[in-house]
Design a protein. Structure first.
Length: 735
């Protein structure tokens, strides 16, 4: 473990260097230049400060609700669909089971190299399913290692969901959508901005429903093909294979209140709630049994004299995913993996229930010092405390079969507490009449895991574990002319998965023994990028190019062997041992391209993104893996959309997406559905607003996603839903 003393010395030395740059020049910051995302100076996720987005030196994109509403509606109703058309973004889906797997900048993996946030506070990645897209005002995507500002997991970047707030003239909307798979999606919201005392009060309320018969996400026949294409351990995919639709019912509620007075003091409160139920695709199997999810946050801000401002954010987050498990498909006998004699109907006897539960309280305090006209110095502190029970396969499991001899017994319990504190600083310089922007920063993080209990471990109570890390980044952008800009940036990131530090014991199948690795080091990522931006408003043209190169060191990976890792455990025949280890290194390089071109001003434009990526294993404990693709990191992806706007006639969009094949694991196994094929999707949407009265508007729309009805893997063994047609009718009353 690194020395904390040396880390703190490094922080203070860097702090002194940043302070020394303060009095360079006194040019004031101009925040009136046009933005690629039609925003003036706002608090951008890339820096956590007020900044003109055109001056940000890091690869940074925003998708507003207005832009998202132009895209065709899909069966996958989550934040992944809002960002998947951006360069550098790859999205895997197993909706409605869980949130989107958003992988950024070629870092791949599953869900662990991207930070997810709501209103600037980090969330447990599965918490992203708490927000309905109706309740998201904007999604910011920051590409590249960003742990210097946001801490762990930011290897590929950050996805920040900004919740919807009320505004003047918002009014009330009642909406009903109906689509394929007998999918109902009702929605109502109410919002406004009113004068309150010496300030303005904004409020927003909403309810959204998502109820569907669903489809078979993991078809039994396809899982048999997967099982036959690989080792016996793939039987787990057959055991939970679907023979009936994964029907679901989700209910969402949201509210947000914002108040700002004439002196710049701000107060804000938001709450998002979800209640989710999902069938497991087999009789007696409930994948999510009325899971309750909360994300609440409180924010306050105030100017500090004429030299800065202070901001406080705090929240409470709760995630619960209760499951009821049957026995699933069974092997012919305990020692045979032969599928001969399989009973295609699983038992309906429910034998166990399990839950994944997480409660988190994050808080962030930030001071921005603007004593010099050309400079913003940011000092911040972050604290988070959580109680974690990871999930039904590793968390808490209880026998609920009343005929069982051990009825009511808790047969597995694994939980721990997680505490983090961090200090960060950042300096932003605006020079050369605001044409040159320089942003540098670093962050110290300390994590402690304690009160660790695992009923499958010997002993059950495990000593606490802790680690710390320092991350940094630096970026600069020079706007050479009103049309051309160049930029470069470098950053570092880290990731540590606590479950694999101290989770030992037999898994639920009793054939895999999880072996803890107390010496597991955090993954460490560094990456550099260089880009050029061109904008010609009179032509309606915007083009961005970004080249990047980076490495991941101490890559985390799972190893399953027929013998114990250190030879100290004796198992039964057929038992395997699984341990997460640091396997080696990965190299990442690529080119991202974004283009927007107006064809007919205010009527017709085309928008596209290309990502050329090369992510490979450069060093590995298994030499056979060297040169393999990094998991879930396709070599090429593209999207192109044609958007037509004519209020007097109709509005329409046509979007094409392509994703190259990709692998589920770093071993690049060719198992069926683990090696995911190319995906080519064509989506279309037509909509129109009808003015029924001066204050009443009717909107009608129809969408078709996956127009060609392509079969594809949405996420390794989870198949796509096929063609999805959806119609929407909504009424908006403004007052």
């Amino acid at each position: 473990m690194r020395s904390t003393v040396l880390m703190m010395k490094g922080i203070f030395m860097a702090f002194g260097v940043l302070l020394a740059t303060l009095p360079l020049q006194g040019w004031a910051q101009d925040t009136n230049s046009a933005s690629t995302i039609t925003l003036d100076a706002v608090v951008v996720t890339a820096t956590k400060t007020h900044m003109d987005p055109d001056a940000v030196p890091f690869s940074y994109y925003s998708v507003t609700k207005e832009e998202d509403q132009k895209r065709p509606g899909t069966y996958f109703s989550n934040v992944g669909e809002m960002v998947r058309d951006l360069p550098g973004v790859h999205v895997g889906q197993f909706y409605p089971w869980g949130m989107a797997w958003v992988q950024l900048r070629g870092t791949g993996n599953g869900i662990n190299r991207t930070v997810h946030m709501v209103d600037g506070l980090p969330i447990y990645v599965y918490q992203a399913s708490t927000l309905n897209t109706h309740d998201i005002s904007r999604v910011d995507v920051l590409l590249g290692p960003s742990s210097a500002l946001y801490g762990a997991n930011a290897s590929g970047g950050v996805v920040n969901m900004i919740t919807q707030s009320g505004y003047a003239g918002m009014g009330a909307t009642v909406e009903f959508a109906y689509g394929s798979q007998n999918t109902y999606r009702p929605h109502v919201h109410l919002g406004d901005a009113v004068e309150a005392g010496n300030g303005t009060l904004k409020y927003y309320f909403s309810y959204s429903g998502d109820i569907s018969d669903g489809y078979v996400m993991q078809p039994y026949e396809e899982m048999i093909r997967t099982f036959n294409s690989g080792p016996p351990s793939l039987f787990s995919q057959v055991q939970r294979a679907g023979i009936e639709d994964n029907n679901y019912r989700f209910h969402y509620m949201a509210t947000r209140w914002d108040w700002e007075n004439n002196e710049g003091v701000t107060l804000s409160f938001s709450a998002n709630y979800a209640d989710r139920w999902l069938s497991g695709g087999q009789p007696g199997y409930t994948a999510i049994d009325d899971g309750k999810q909360w994300i609440t946050s409180f924010r306050a801000g105030a100017p500090v004299g004429d030299w800065g401002d202070v901001k406080l954010s705090a929240g409470y987050q709760q995630y619960e995913a209760f499951s009821r498990l049957n026995k699933g498909f069974l092997r012919a006998n305990s020692n045979s993996y032969d599928i001969t004699g399989f009973d295609p109907s699983p038992t309906q006897k429910i034998i166990a229930a399990g839950t994944g539960n997480r409660e988190q309280i994050p808080a962030d305090l930030q001071l921005n010092i603007t004593a010099f006209d050309n400079n913003t110095l940011t000092l911040g502190a972050f604290y988070s405390h959580g109680k974690v029970s990871p999930g039904q396969s590793q968390g808490w499991t209880q026998v609920i079969d009343p005929t069982a001899a051990n009825y009511g017994d808790v047969i597995h319990d694994f939980h721990f507490d997680e505490t983090q504190y961090s200090f960060y600083l950042q300096d932003t310089l605006m020079l050369m009449d605001d044409r040159l922007s320089i942003v540098g920063g670093l962050r110290y993080d300390h994590w402690t895991y304690d009160h660790i209990y695992n009923s499958r471990n010997t002993p059950n109570h495990i000593p606490e574990a802790s680690f710390d890390n320092v991350s940094y980044r630096l970026g600069a952008k020079h706007r050479l002319t009103d049309n051309w800009g160049i930029r470069a940036a470098y950053g570092t990131a880290y990731w540590q998965n606590p479950q694999y530090l101290f989770a030992s014991g037999l898994g639920a199948s009793s054939t895999v023994y999880r072996v803890a690795n107390h010496d597991l080091d955090p993954e460490k990522t560094w990456m550099g990028e260089a880009g050029v931006d061109f904008a010609k408003p009179e032509w309606g043209t915007r083009i961005g190019l970004t080249a990047y190169y980076g490495r991941i060191k101490d890559v985390h990976g799972s190893s399953a062997t027929a013998t114990d890792v250190d030879g100290t455990i004796t198992g039964t025949a057929g038992q395997r041992y699984n341990q997460y280890r640091n396997f080696g290194k990965a190299k990442i390089k690529g080119l991202e391209v974004s283009v927007r071109q107006d064809l007919v001003p205010d009527t017709l434009y085309v928008q596209g993104a290309l990502t050329f990526n090369h992510s490979r294993i450069a060093d590995d404990a298994n030499p056979a893996n060297i040169g393999n693709h990094l998991s879930n990191a396709p070599d090429f992806s593209a999207s192109a959309g044609l958007y037509f706007t004519s209020p007097a006639l109709f509005n329409a969009s046509l979007v094409y997406r392509h994703t190259d094949d990709r692998y589920y694991d770093n071993s690049n196994n060719e198992y069926i559905h683990y090696h995911m094929g190319n995906v080519d999707l064509l989506d279309v949407k037509i909509w129109r607003d009808w003015t029924l009265a001066p204050d009443l508007t009717l909107t009608t729309q129809v969408s078709c996603a996956n127009l060609t009805d392509q079969d594809y893997e949405a996420l390794y063994t989870y198949m796509g839903p096929g063609r999805h047609i959806e119609g929407v009718v909504s009424f908006t009353y403004t007052y």
